[in-house]
Design a protein around this ligand. Sequence first.
Ligand code: CA2
Length: 142
Amino acid sequence: MNRLMLINGPNLNLLGTREPGIYGSHTLSDVVGEVKKVTDSFGYELEDFQSNHEGAMVDKIQEAGRTCSGIILNAAAYTHTSIAIRDAIASVPIPVLEVHISNIHTREEFRHHSMLASVCKGQVVGLGIKGYRYAALALLEK
Ligand code: CA2
């Protein structure tokens, strides 16, 4: 399956409109464009999905498990709380890379723990939107 799934969680639709000091000034479409450049160069398709709803993200992870060869996931605040998303990741037979634009380890203590990290293949944190590109490369480079 020459296809990757990019999933962004709650409030990331606001990227570029608020809190530029933490998340920068790029928008979610800039993120999608950056990842698409990588998938195009490998001859892969990209499906992108953003939701503010936990269950919708679970559904998309399950769907990607059937239709894609990897997932790039920024679960946003659900990273720190969601057993449902963790279980969905654990249930799919494809690698999931966790991405965070900011460095969650240098922020408030409640952001230091990821419920998802131990079921993901790897984590890219604190590198801004470039982190999404690096995650795509990590999934596609042999
Ligand atoms: O650094 C990241 O990528 C986060 O996943 C972003 C989440 C946060 O809850 C995580 O701890 C770390 C928050 C996303 C909210 O995005 C906004 C963007 C612009 C304006 C307001 C919110």
